[in-house]
Design a protein around this ligand. Structure first.
Ligand SMILES: C[S@@+](CC[C@H](N)C(=O)[O-])C[C@H]1O[C@@H](n2cnc3c(N)ncnc32)[C@H](O)[C@@H]1O
Ligand SMILES: [Zn+2]
Length: 267
């Protein structure tokens, strides 16, 4: 675990029987699902930070059904074959994280999320997979050593530029996935009077934009319980008036998926 550092004193974390520890005897036990909790209580600003369990479970159901498979396949193609270390920050229930690990059996892949419920769900599913480690931690204070990652992925999650810069190796890559201008346009236009286009993320300090890709396709959700999962995992859908919500649940859901993938290089 040479890539992981102690969230309290920043010294390297080494494996022991119970889990991980640093030279200053800060101990972090391995949970029974196989993940590590590296979020110090003082950095926990609420009892259950991050996405709620119900939201993560809905996302799990929707993603497992394959609705975001095109995005997963494109991301798998974009990761360089020479990657030795990758961290997926804000990994949620680990759909994309596990996807990276599948195509890079020799790499060490980390999934980090502030929501324990997400990390638990992710770790439970890939308990047997070597080279895939999940941690509860914040992307604003990553438990990773300086210059340790070949690739950082950030799929619909927050981050802090200086932390991204700190953990990526010189010449390493940062992959950010954000909604494109047509993403869920039909749903958004039923909620907002004026639908504002999503703007592209700004290039984080210390990086240069290397590539831009777009994955755009129709979304058709034929089953009622999948439509319910979709609404539960989409925060702005919570703003729907009850009658609109019911009409979406009862009718067929037709919309557009539009993802912008920005790839940056660290100078
Ligand atoms: C929309 S979900 C995306 C999850 C996953 N990347 C995916 O695409 O399936 C955003 C995730 O960011 C996590 N998150 C929010 N704030 C965070 C933080 N400060 N550090 C790490 N993760 C955070 C949430 O708990 C949630 O799982
Ligand atoms: Zn320590």
């Amino acid at each position: 675990m040479k890539d992981l550092r102690c969230p309290l004193c920043h010294r390297p974390l080494l494996q022991n029987i119970q889990g991980l520890a640093c030279v200053n005897r800060h101990q972090f036990d391995r949970a029974k699902e196989g993940y590590f909790n590296l979020l110090p209580v003082q950095n926990k600003h609420s009892l259950e930070p991050g996405d709620a369990k119900e939201q993560l479970q809905a996302r799990r159901q929707f993603l497992q059904a394959g609705f975001f498979e095109s995005l997963k396949l494109r991301l798998q193609e974009l990761v360089p074959a020479t990657t030795e270390t990758l961290v997926d920050i804000g990994c949620g229930e680990g759909y994309f994280t596990a996807g990276f690990s599948e195509v890079m059996p020799r790499a060490q892949v980390y999934g980090i999320d502030i929501a324990k419920a997400g990390v638990r769900l992710a770790a439970k599913t890939s308990k047997e997979r070597t080279g895939l480690t999940y941690c509860v931690a914040s992307s604003f204070d990553l438990p990773l050593a300086d210059d340790s990652m070949d690739v950082v992925t950030r799929i619909y999650a927050p981050s802090k530029d200086s932390e991204l810069y700190r953990v990526i190796k010189p010449g390493g890559k940062l992959v950010i996935v954000a909604p494109g201008e047509n993403h869920l346009l039909a749903l958004r236009s039923r909620i907002y009077k004026e639908v504002r286009p999503h703007s592209l993320p700004e290039t984080p300090a210390g990086f240069v934009r290397a590539e831009q890709h777009r994955v755009e396709e129709d979304l058709r959700v034929g089953e009622r319980d999948m439509r319910a999962s979709f609404l539960a995992m989409t925060p702005f859908a919570w703003k729907l008036a009850p009658e609109l919500r019911d009409s979406i649940l009862d009718g067929e859901l037709r919309d557009t998926l539009d993802f912008m993938i920005s790839v940056y290089s660290k100078n």
